[in-house]
Write a protein that binds this ligand. Sequence first.
Ligand code: SF4
Length: 183
Amino acid sequence: MDREERLTETIRRNAIRVGLTEIGDVDVSELEFEEWVRDFCREGCRSYNRSWACPPAVGTLEECRERCLQYGHMMLFDRCYRLKGSFDSLGIQNAMSDFKKIVDRFDELISPILGKSLFLTNEGCDRCPECTWPDAPCRFPDRLHHTIEGYGFNITKMARKAGLRYNNGPETVTFFGAVLYDF
Ligand code: SF4
């Protein structure tokens, strides 16, 4: 087994260990940074302009592109959560928060193996009761995960290409994250 195969195996093993549902490879050369996704953040997300994890704090789409293209590989991952009915907003909130903790744990486990890497996760950042954006630097820059949608990624399309299910049926919610790295 060469280094690439060993690392891939380690990432997959730890993805299962932390409780991720699916993982799949994304071709970095095919990444699309789409302005309309950013428009959606601006118009429809309560975290927009309120966190270092979201636009505009994550930089322009061109800056996001440059950051991502420093890496040769990208892995998309998700976790599906069951809800108690179609209007289970507390369930969605808890799932959102749980997914962030899972990504934190995944980062802790595989970053020492990967070395330099870039983790992206779901909506906003709830690490602090109140974010310092824009008045002061992030309190935990080493643990800051930018949001995947904030980079202009169409997750529906990306999931399909990576072989992941975007929608897992009624009364479920699925959150996505990604890690970019080099072998
Ligand atoms: S870690 Fe704290 S300061 Fe940094 S983005 Fe998250 S909430 Fe804001």
